[in-house]
Design a binder for this molecule. Structure first.
Ligand code: AMP
Length: 402
């Protein structure tokens, strides 16, 4: 069995996800284990599964044992050292939410890059500090191991400037108030998968709809992002589990000036209390809402559908018409009912739905002769990270990067 391994880390505020890939003799990556410590600071729980989905470790912790992401990564590191005793850790790849304007590709993290990524914390205060905390811990423990940052914003750096701007005075653009776009690793995966499932579509105009707890849509042309519904932050665009999606900025002024909400109050409202949860008053989980008979649960679903359909129209206009539509993420992959309702609302685009294929989950859910092909493609946001990591390690070995 190969001794060379790559560790992939996705560190959030309340959970740490990690996976380990072995590098075979022919440099093929093989998943070895996938694990997660969730409930950090509340009910820490570790679960690690091997490639057959058999549980290889499971444990609850006291809150003080794992009260923050640093402790989680320390613990995961110890566990991995023991489990992969004789292994050689080649590199660690991290999911990092924000790469700002500079990083349109994954990057090897050195002191200067780390400092630049720290500067971006104010742009993604809920995610970036945890992503960087994981890098810092690994650097302390294994300073010689290369670490690679893969960004959620990078895929959208192909936006034309018009899709990168807000109509504000230029000084704000210069200080970083731009439409960065998010879910980039998911869209990159879709763009990388399309040539295999539908070569004809891969070169065309496609809207990818990432509909999960977080939701956004991306307009792609020949696999490159031209526009997306998320902008400066992951709050914009369509409604999500607990985020409102697009909001008249006047609402924020009113909430601050007339209702006395502070910045912290607004952050909580916009990231944790709005969206499907806020509207329904019941849940942020689409499945729960679909099973509920409460009128507000149904209203929340209608609101979600209305805005997804509206944004598909807007992005179709940006692309000058579309050749394909791709559904992905939790709701997009698993709910034929929601897909059918969205497609009904997009009938004007000329989509002809294959209802049976939709119920089966696709992968193609439009009729053969539909002018717009519709696909369900399960996303794998963490598929790209080990590949990027390996590619940069090889470039480093060959001296192409420092
Ligand atoms: P994600 O963030 O991609 O894991 O997606 C989570 C969202 O997908 C939650 O709102 C779930 O309720 C939703 N979801 C998962 N399975 C289904 C399903 N079968 N029908 C409707 N929504 C689903």
């Amino acid at each position: 069995m190969s001794r060379r391994i790559i560790l992939i880390v996705n560190a959030g505020s309340s959970s740490l996800k990690f996976s380990v890939f072995r590098l075979g003799d022919t440099d093929i990556l093989q998943l070895a284990v996938r694990g997660q410590i969730d409930g950090i600071g509340t009910r820490p729980h570790l679960c690690v599964k091997d490639v057959t989905s058999a549980v290889v470790a499971e444990r609850d912790f006291a809150i003080i044992e794992i009260s923050n992401v640093q402790q989680a990564i320390w613990f995961a590191g110890d566990w991995l050292n023991e489990y992969f005793q004789d292994a050689q850790l080649l590199a660690v790849g991290h999911r990092v939410v924000h790469g700002g304007t500079d990083y349109s590709h994954p990057v090897l993290v050195d002191e200067a890059v780390f400092a630049a990524l720290e500067q971006l914390i104010p742009l993604a205060p809920l995610h970036q500090p945890h992503n960087l905390a994981a890098i810092r811990v690994v650097r302390e423990v294994q300073p010689q191991v290369p670490q690679i940052a893969c960004f959620d914003t990078a895929f959208h750096r192909t936006h034309p400037q018009i899709a990168d701007l807000y109509a504000l005075p230029w000084k704000y653009y210069a200080s970083g108030v731009r439409r960065y776009g998010f879910h980039g690793l998911s869209y990159e995966y879709i763009a990388a998968t399309l040539p295999k499932v539908s070569p004809a579509l891969a070169g065309g105009r496609v809207i990818a709809a990432h509909l999960g707890s977080g939701a956004s849509l991306c307009a792609m042309q020949a696999g490159k992002s031209l526009d997306s519904t998320m902008g400066f932050s992951p709050l914009d665009g369509v409604p999500m589990g607990t985020r409102p999606g697009a909001l008249d900025p006047g609402v924020l002024l009113y909430l601050i000036n007339e209702c006395g909400l502070s910045g912290a109050d607004l952050e909580k409202l916009l990231y944790r209390e709005s969206g499907l949860l806020g509207l329904s008053g019941i849940s942020n989980d689409m499945r729960v809402l679909m099973e509920s008979r409460e009128p507000r649960a149904q209203l929340a679903i209608e609101y979600f559908l209305h805005y997804v359909i509206k944004q598909i129209g807007a992005l179709a206009a940006v692309l000058g018409g579309i050749d394909g539509l791709v559904f992905t993420a939790g709701i997009g992959e698993h709910s034929p009912v929601i897909r059918a309702r969205i497609l009904q609302g997009c009938a004007w685009l000329g989509i002809s739905v294959d209802a049976e294929a939709n119920v089966r989950g696709g992968p193609r859910i439009s009729m053969e002769d539909s002018p717009v092909a519709v696909w369900v493609i399960p996303t794998d946001e963490e598929w790209m990270i080990p590949r990027h990591t390996l590619a940069l390690v090889f470039k480093k070995e060959k001296g192409y990067v420092n």
